[in-house]
Design a protein. Structure first.
Length: 455
């Protein structure tokens, strides 16, 4: 079976009250449409066709993929009209699956189950029982329980409004039958639209059985119409991610205060305290402990690392046994080899720090190569930028940098060198020696403080 997935994404999304097309709004930092595309791709379709309309150029610019065929629906005349626009693109695909670009959380397994259930017929739909079905198309079944039609809420009779089984919008068709059925569509209904759902009646008239499947979870078929629904789905999605992490052996202080906006992998026995946000691609080793309120993005974190509260880590690699924070900021290009200590109010950028080195307080170390066993005192600054170019600071193994030192790059501090506190180092400091630049301390004997002159 070759499959074409058609994703309907032409709607305006008025209720988002936004200048941006609805399908570009993000759930877990990923556009709604991207969620649908990622799920679609897991079904190995021969074609992926996205029907776009409102704000289409922006959608096309933001969503990547050579495998996507974009079809414009200039006027939104209904879901049936939308599918009519793609008929010319379905050649060679036996089966068509229709998804909505604003329904982000459908599970691939539900879709596979659905396609299997509909494999021996030419039409199928995913339905769902709801306590409050208002607004949805109702599934009308005959005395034998076979689906005979879908009636839209606005067109439904009082008796039909009592039906609790609704159309989720996810439908599948034998592609070869679509053109004929769509050609027969009219728009003589309450909304004056061409309803894709009217194909059910057409298929039944042709003697077809309508296959139905239910999702494993209600949220899988929930659409986003406004920001309230978007936030609800975000929490559900994060709950699923939290549960998956716990099942994989990670302890979470509170699964309701845990956010993954990307891919997170973790070894055994990690602990994540409240309000930690993971973004991009993050990999934790075993026994990693992360304190509250940390943001960790695109990072590789080794075994037995401890990250204390309120630390911010972006595009960094932290070797095993290291301790970070509280209040540390590791910027892109930071690489801690192992057992490094980076303490409060320390900022690192494009810096490699060797084994066992310590930068414990209030320092900026950027564009630097720091050896192993180095101690960098409080308030040390690598002055890496001369206003035009960035320069590198090299600090040898076992060097000791006294507090409040400015290292004016490019500069090199030798192995085992000691820099006296308060120095401004502009020239290379030799191995094993004490180097300092400091005005000599003097005492003025007999000096007295000025006193206030009476008015
Ligand atoms: C549709 C179904 C309804 C179902 C409901 C589930 C029809 C006629 N009705 O109703 O049975 O219960 O979804 O949410 O299909 N779209 C286009 N072009 C259009 C119209 C819509 O691309 O011309 C897209 C929208 O962007 C959206 C999807 O199709 O992603 C559904 O459109 P929407 O207007 O939300 O359909 P409903 O009226 O809610
Ligand atoms: Ca809708």
């Amino acid at each position: 079976m070759t499959l074409a997935v058609v994703i309907l994404a032409a709607g305006k999304g008025t209720r988002m009250k936004s200048a941006f097309p609805k399908v570009l709004h993000t759930l877990a930092a990923k556009p709604l449409l991207q969620h649908v595309l990622d799920t679609a791709r897991r079904l190995d379709p021969a074609r992926i066709i996205v029907v776009y309309g409102h704000g289409g150029e922006l959608v096309r610019a933001r969503i990547a993929g050579d495998d996507i065929t974009w079809v414009e629906q200039a006027e939104q005349l209904g879901t049936g009209h939308a599918v009519q626009q793609v008929l010319g693109e379905l050649d060679g695909a036996d089966r068509t699956l229709v998804l909505y670009g604003d329904v982000p959380l459908t599970d691939e397994r539900t879709l596979r189950r659905f396609l299997d259930a509909a494999a021996d017929t030419s039409i199928g739909l995913i339905s769902q029982m709801l306590d409050d079905a208002s607004g949805y198309g109702r599934i009308v079944r005959d005395a034998e329980g076979r689906v005979s039609a879908i009636v839209e809420h606005k067109d439904a009779s009082p008796a039909q409004l009592e039906i609790r089984e609704i159309n989720t919008g996810i439908m599948t068709f034998d592609s070869r039958r679509l053109a004929g059925w769509l050609a027969g569509l009219g728009n003589d209904n309450a909304q004056g639209e061409y309803y894709l759902t009217d194909l059910v009646e057409a298929a039944v008239a042709d003697g077809e059985r309508v296959a139905t499947t239910q999702p494993a979870h209600l949220a899988e078929v929930a659409g986003v119409n406004d920001r309230v629904q978007l936030a609800e789905l975000e929490r559900i999605y994060q709950g699923w991610r939290a549960e998956a992490m716990m099942r994989a052996g990670v302890a979470l202080a509170d699964p309701a205060r845990f956010d993954v906006r990307g891919d997170l992998d973790a070894g055994q026995d990690c602990f994540v305290d409240i309000n930690v946000v993971f973004a991009g691609r993050v990999r934790l080793g075993d026994n990693v402990r992360i304190g509250p309120n940390c943001v960790i993005k695109d990072a590789e974190i080794g075994n037995d690392v401890e990250i204390l509260a309120n630390s911010h880590i972006d595009s960094a690699s932290i070797g095993p046994g290291s301790r970070i924070g509280p209040y540390a900021r590791l910027r892109p290009g930071t690489e801690l080899i192992e057992n490094a200590h980076v303490g409060n109010f320390v900022e690192l950028k494009n810096a490699q720090v060797g084994a066992g080195s310590k930068i414990n307080h209030l320092s900026y170390v950027g564009d630097a190569l720091v050896g192993s066993g180095v101690n960098i005192g409080a308030g040390t600054i690598t002055c890496n930028y001369d206003g035009a170019n960035k320069h590198c600071t090299v600090i040898g193994d076992n060097a000791f940098i006294g507090s409040d030192t400015q290292l004016i790059a490019p500069v090199e501090v030798g192995t085992g060198a000691t820099i006296g506190a308060g120095s401004t180092i502009t020239k290379d400091a030799p191995d094993g020696e004490l180097t300092l630049s400091r005005a000599k301390q003097i005492t003025i004997g007999g000096w007295t403080r000025p006193v206030k002159v009476p008015k």
